[in-house]
Ligand binder design. Structure first.
Ligand code: NOJ
Length: 550
C-alpha cells in the first residue's frame, strides 16, 4: 500500500463507545453496536473514526484506566467483534483509529498488581513512580503535585506485610498509576502494544496525555504561579509555564521511537497527540517530521467566539504546524469538554473539566449556543487540514446540565466532593430514533446516563433529509469539503468586512462568518451552504456561509 497521507485532510469522527450504540441492552454502548451503526457515518460523510478506549478496564475513568492493552473489555465485546468492526469500516471506506493510554495504567493491570506485591526497589516497582514519603515515618507525600482530577497526585500503599509503605504517583485518579517512562522495559512493552494493533490493521492511534509521559528528574515540587495563562491551577492540563510533569523535552524521544515502529508496517498509519500544550509553536514539536502526524488543536477549541481571536488562532495554527510540514487539526468538541452547542452560548464558559450542573453559576443560552455552534462547525470544515468531530455534534446536541448527582461517574466529580461537576454532561448516549427505546441507543431502553426528554426531537431520524437540520448542514458541508478538496486547500483572508467578520477564500470558495450583531452583505455568487437561512444577500449574526464565485 502506498502512503497517501490521508490524515492530512481527513474529517475524523470520535466515537465514545459507551455512549454510541448498545447492541445487548445493558445500557452501555459496545463494539457490535458501533458496527451496526457505522454506515450512518458514511452517510454523514466522514473519512475515519477514532474510538475512545474499549480495552479491558475496571472503568474508573471510563476506560482511560487500562488493565490489558491487548484485549477488549467484555462490556464492549471481544477482539473478534473489533475485527468485525474493522471489516465493516473497510467495506464503507472508513479508517479506524484507536486510543492508546501510555501515561498510566489501571491499578488493576497485572504490572501494577505485581508492583504492589513486590518489595520497594524491585524491578516490578520500577515500572511505576514509587517513592518513599517524607517526614519521620514517611507520612508526607514525596512532593506537592496535584492530580488533574483534584487532590494529591500521590497515594500511599500498604505493603504486603501490612505496614504503611511507599507512595505512587498518579497525575489522574488513584486508580491510574503513572508509568516510569525512563524505564526501558516500559518502552519495550508499548512498542509491542503498538505492533499488536498495527498487525491487526488499525489505521492509527490517538495518544492520551501525550505531553505527560516524562517527568522532570528528581520530581521537584511545583507551585503554579497565580497567572491568567494557567487555568485551573497546578492540576490543569493546560500550562503555559514550565511544569515538571508536562511537556518535558524527553517525551519527544519516545515519539521518534514510535515513528520508527509505524514505519515497520506497510500502509499509511498515523498518530495524533492529545497534548494540552501552549503556545501552538511549542505544540508543533509533537508533529515534527520524525514524530507524530497530528496533534489536537486545543488552542482552537478554547478560542472564544470573537472574530479577531479566531483569525489569530487560525493564522497561528497554520504557521506553527505548517512550519514543521504538518497539517493543522481543528476541533470544537470531545468527551472532555462542554459540547460546543452549549459552550459557545456562554460568556465565559467554565474552565475545562469543571463541567456544568444544576447549581453552576453560569447562564446557558441554548438557542444562541446552537446558532454559533452551527456557524463554528461550518467555518471549521472549510479550513485546510484535518477536522475532528465528536459524536452527537452533527445533531446539535447540547451539554446535559441537569444530570442527577447519583448518575454521575466522572472521577472529577468525586475527587472534588461534588463541587465540580466534571465531564459526564457531554457523554450522554446519543439519540438515533425518536420513537425507539432510549431513542434507539439501546434495545432495552437502558442508558448508563439518563437521556433528556428533549433529545427525542434531536434524534437522527428527525433530522435526516430535513432541510435546515443540523445533520443536513453537516452532511452538505462534509460532502462539499471532500468534493472541493478543502482539507488540502490554502486560505487567503479577505479584508474589508469589519472587525466582527471572518472572511477568506479557499480555492474558488468564499467563506464568510458573521460574529457581530448586525447582518452582513454577502459577496456575489451562489450560496452553497449556510448555517442559517439567508434572505437575499444578507448574512445574519452568528452565521456562516460558503459562496462560490459562479
Ligand atoms: C485525557 C482523556 O481524554 C480523558 O478522558 C482522561 O480522563 C485523561 N486523559 C486521563 O487518561
Amino acid at each position: 500500500m502506498t502512503r497517501t497521507e490521508w490524515w492530512r485532510s481527513a474529517a475524523i469522527y470520535q466515537i465514545y463507545p459507551r455512549s454510541f450504540a448498545d447492541s445487548n441492552g445493558d445500557g452501555l454502548g459496545d463494539l457490535p453496536g458501533i458496527t451496526g451503526r457505522l454506515s450512518s457515518l458514511r452517510t454523514l460523510g466522514v473519512d475515519a473514526v477514532w474510538l475512545s478506549p474499549f480495552f479491558t478496564s475496571p472503568q474508573k475513568d471510563a476506560g482511560y484506566d487500562v488493565a490489558d492493552y491487548c484485549d477488549v473489555d467484555p462490556l464492549f465485546g471481544t477482539l473478534d467483534d473489533f475485527h468485525e468492526l474493522q471489516l465493516e469500516a473497510r467495506r464503507l471506506g472508513l479508517r479506524v483509529i484507536i486510543d492508546l493510554v501510555p501515561n498510566h495504567t489501571s491499578d488493576q493491570h497485572a504490572w501494577f498488581q505485581e508492583a504492589l506485591a513486590s518489595a520497594p526497589g524491585s524491578p516490578a516497582r520500577a515500572r511505576y513512580l514509587f517513592r518513599d514519603g517524607k517526614g519521620e515515618n514517611g507520612e508526607i507525600a514525596p512532593n506537592n503535585w496535584k492530580s488533574v482530577f483534584g487532590g494529591s497526585a500521590w497515594t500511599r500503599i500498604t505493603e504486603a506485610d501490612g505496614t504503611l509503605g511507599q507512595w505512587y504517583l498518579h497525575l489522574f485518579d488513584t486508580s491510574q498509576p503513572d508509568l516510569d517512562w525512563t524505564n526501558p522495559w516500559v518502552r519495550e512493552q508499548f512498542r509491542e502494544i503498538l505492533r499488536f494493533w498495527l498487525r491487526r490493521g488499525v489505521d492509527g492511534f490517538r495518544v492520551d496525555v501525550a505531553h505527560g509521559l516524562v517527568k522532570a528528574a528528581g520530581l521537584p515540587d511545583f507551585t503554579a504561579p497565580v497567572h491568567a495563562d494557567v487555568p485551573g491551577g497546578a492540576g490543569s492540563m493546560n500550562e503555559a509555564v514550565d511544569v515538571p510533569y508536562w511537556a518535558q523535552p524527553g517525551v519527544h524521544e519516545i515519539y521518534r521511537d514510535w515513528h520508527n515502529v509505524l514505519n515497520e508496517f506497510p500502509g499509511d498509519q498515523m498518530i495524533c497527540a492529545e497534548a494540552w500544550v501552549e503556545p501552538l509553536s511549542k505544540l508543533a514539536d509533537w508533529v515534527r517530521p520524525d514524530e507524530m502526524e497530528q496533534a489536537f488543536n486545543f488552542s482552537y477549541l478554547e478560542t472564544p467566539w470573537s472574530a479577531e481571536s479566531i483569525r489569530t488562532v487560525i493564522d497561528d495554527s497554520l504557521e506553527a504546524f505548517g512550519g514543521v510540514g504538518a497539517p493543522s487539526t481543528w476541533v470544537l468538541s470531545n468527551h472532555d469538554v462542554i459540547r460546543h452547542a452549549t459552550r459557545l452560548g456562554m460568556n465565559p464558559p467554565p474552565p475545562q473539566g469543571d463541567g456544568l450542573g444544576p447549581n453552576s453559576p453560569y447562564q446557558v443560552h441554548a438557542e444562541l449556543g446552537l446558532a454559533r455552534a452551527r456557524a463554528a462547525s461550518l467555518l471549521m470544515f472549510a479550513l485546510p487540514g484535518s477536522a475532528y468531530l465528536y459524536q452527537g455534534e452533527e445533531l446539535g446536541l447540547p451539554e446535559v446540565v441537569d444530570l442527577p448527582d447519583s448518575a454521575r461517574q466522572d472521577p472529577t466529580f468525586f475527587r472534588h466532593n461534588g463541587t465540580k461537576y466534571g465531564r459526564d454532561g457531554c457523554r450522554v448516549p446519543i439519540p438515533w430514533e425518536s420513537a425507539a427505546p432510549a431513542y434507539g441507543f439501546s434495545p432495552s431502553g437502558k442508558s448508563w446516563l439518563p437521556q433528556p426528554f428533549e433529545w427525542g426531537s434531536l434524534a437522527r431520524d428527525q433530522q435526516l433529509g430535513v432541510e435546515g437540520s443540523t445533520l443536513e448542514l453537516y452532511r452538505s458541508a462534509l460532502a462539499l469539503r471532500t468534493e472541493l478538496g478543502l482539507g488540502l486547500g490554502s486560505l487567503s483572508w479577505i479584508e474589508g468586512y469589519g472587525a466582527d467578520v471572518i472572511a477568506f477564500r479557499t480555492g474558488d470558495l468564499t467563506v464568510v462568518a458573521n460574529l457581530g450583531t448586525a447582518s452582513v452583505e454577502l459577496p456575489a455568487g451562489t450560496v452553497l451552504v449556510s448555517s442559517q437561512p439567508i434572505s437575499g444577500t444578507s448574512l445574519p449574526p452568528d452565521a456562516t456561509a460558503w459562496i462560490s464565485a459562479s
